[in-house]
Ligand binder design. Structure first.
Ligand SMILES: [Cu+2]
Length: 92
């Protein structure tokens, strides 16, 4: 039973460290610089509490799918040393 628990944890840990969807709201979009400002909830994989901050985008085209004021779900990670949104989706 104990061994099973350890094995189960081993499976769960990598997914915890991986980017998980975060709730946020778009407060600013800068298409020229491919940047987005998000008011976001805690980002566990980046050890970050909720705040409003600027992110780079891996996919500049994704900026066209959201607008200021939209509630979004997004994933963020450190890419080449920059805090970057790797995935973003408007929440209906
Ligand atoms: Cu932040």
């Amino acid at each position: 039973m104990r061994r099973f628990a350890v094995i189960a944890l081993a499976f769960l840990m990598p997914s915890l460290a991986h980017a998980a969807p975060v709730d946020g709201q778009v407060t600013k979009i800068d298409e020229a610089q491919s940047k987005i400002t998000l008011k976001h909830g805690p980002i566990t994989n980046l050890n970050m509490d909720g705040m409003t901050m600027v992110f780079a985008m891996t996919d500049a085209a994704a900026l066209k799918t959201v607008k200021v004021g939209d509630k979004v779900k997004f994933e963020a990670d450190r890419v080449n040393g920059r805090l970057t949104v790797t995935k973003i989706e408007k929440v209906k």
